[in-house]
Each structure stands twice: as C-alpha cells, then as structure tokens.
Design a protein around this ligand. Sequence first.
Ligand code: ATP
Length: 350
Amino acid sequence: MRILGIEGTAWAASAAVFETDDPDALTSATDRTPDPAADHVFIESNPYQPDSGGIHPREAAEHMGSAIPEVVETALAHAAERHDGDGPVVDAVAFSRGPGLGPCLRIVGTAARAVAQTLDVPLVGVNHMVAHLEIGRYQSGFESPVCLNASGANAHLLGYHNGRYRVLGETMDTGVGNSIDKFTRHVGWKHPGGPKVEAAAKDGDYVELPYVVKGMDFSFSGIMSAAKDEADAGTAVEDISAGLQETIFGMLTEVAERALSLTGTDELVLGGGVGNNARLREMLAEMCDQRGAKFHAPEPRFLGDNAGMIALCGARMFAAGDTLAVEESSVDPNFRPDQVDVTWRGTDES
Ligand code: ATP
C-alpha cells in the first residue's frame, strides 16, 4: 500500500509517499534544504522566507500555490518509478487538515482533493499535531508514549486515553517557537530565530527570566517581554539566549516529567521544529534517564513540518478505514488533536 502525504500548514511545503510494504522507502519532496544524509529527499529549491517579520499568511499561501504542485509532482513521479503498473500510483491521498494558517491549509486541501479525484482514490484528513506524535511512536517502536510537541505555533503534551490523544498540558498564549522567533526579530535576526538562539547561547551566560508553569500548562509571553527588555537594556544577546533556553526548556521538561508521572507512562517522544535544539533534547533525555523512562527524538527531517509524518499517519488511518468524503473534507485552522478519534489503535488500549 502506498499513501501520498501533503503538508503545508505554515511555511514549509512538502509531499511524501509512504509504502507500508517497504517503510524505509519513504519518498519525500520538500521546498527546504533536505538533510544531506537522506538521499531519498528531493529538493524543489524555493523555500518561503519572509523579507521581514514573521510568517505572513498571504505570502505563505502564495508560496504554497506554486510549491505544493511542484512537490506533489516530484513525490508522485518518484512513486511512479517504483510502481509495478497495476492500479493507481498511490492508494490514498492524506493531507494536513489543520491546525495551521487557513490560507495555506486551503491550498493543501484543494490540491489533495484534486489529486485524489484525478487518481480516483480516497482522501484522508490528518491532524498535523497527531502526525507529529505518530511519527515518533512509529520510529521509536514505543507502545503508548507521552508526546511533547514543541513547534513554532504550538506547545503541548499529548497522552493516549480512551480512544483519543488527550491534551495533558499546553501553552496558555503563544507557541514556543513563535515566542523565540519574536525575540529574535526584536534583536534584528531573520526568521527562523530558534537555530540562531541555539548558536548564540553557546557563548552566553545564563540570565534569569520569568519561569511560568501553572500545573500542566505554561506561558511564554512574559518571558518574551522580559527578554526584549533585557536586550533594550543592553544585556548581551548571547546571555539572553542562554537564559531563554534554560528557562523555556526547563519549563517544557518539568511539564513533560509531570505528564509521565501522572500517566504512569515510561516513554516520551518529541515532535516539532524546536525539537531540533540539542539543549532541549539533552534536558529531556536527562530527565527520562533519571526516572528510568525511554526518550525518542525523531531525526531532524521528521521534527519540523514534514509530509513524511502526514503520509505515515494517513497510512494508519487509511488502513483503519478512516477516510473522508470530498464534501466533508474542509480544513480546520484550529483542529485540536483531542478532536480526533484515534481509529487506528486497538480498542483494548487505554
Ligand atoms: P506546527 O504547525 O507544527 O506548529 P510550525 O510550522 O509552526 O509547526 P515547525 O516547522 O515545527 O513549526 O518548527 C519551526 C519552529 O522551530 C520555528 O519557530 C523555529 O525557530 C524553531 N526551531 C527550529 N530549529 C530550532 C532550534 N535549533 N532551536 C530552537 N528552535 C528551533
């Protein structure tokens, strides 16, 4: 079985074909610089990069309008090379249905419907945050992990209970990556800011910033204001970067530990582009090690927005018969992970 996945919730357009018979043969096409070690990733080299400020929804959607057809064609062309000639080149088309930027999602949804109808195959609507969890679960082989999703627009802990991925804790304001990006824009660095903070923090000394955890939830807006104030007062950006990393990642690690403790699970997976940060992975790994839990961080190409996880999660859903009629396939910018009936996991699992 082959499933096409299409991703374009924000700034990265990509398409991937997942083969259930040969899971290592995941063919992906992306508009970003691929991991050089992954020779099956093909580049369409026109990534979206805002001239100034953060992601502009209209500009990002214009980018999707040209990039999505290119990456879909590339992924399908490579799938066709492996196809034995019988039946359609893919068995279903999975797409990111949300959450994300509405103008971008609508382009992804339109493309998915067009391809599915042209090939006369079913459509599968995937929750992007659930897909982050599923790629970690698949790669790690963990049974029922807690998932920390630390991405640009989101920050939450998910755990499976009674047929759904429940939100155990989440941000009360901005996403974790977006908050870091807001600070870096303030000091004049281009989007995305996370990797620049990581590099700067290596030469910095910790600066104290507000640490805001309320039970299982966290808040990043006060830290960002304080970090901007420090920059305006002349504190070195390297020192602020070190303070940001220690504070924000300390908060994420604390809540991740509480989620493991409350659920009784001893497996943690990481998702989202902020998961590329080595210091965050180090803190999570250390916490898991101390409590005898297992930790898995997917490789970088499966951490940020990527179609591979959409194709994989789509394959799980398709196998469970979880498909969408075209007339019911509208996208949802606010699609929460706990709205999804997890049809592809056994009914005896709690
Ligand atoms: P989602 O739709 O899942 O919320 P997104 O498009 O908002 O995703 P991702 O692609 O998952 O975001 O990740 C992008 C974010 O990751 C940006 O905010 C970026 O600054 C951050 N990021 C990337 N690399 C690093 C790093 N090394 N350290 C910290 N943050 C990073």
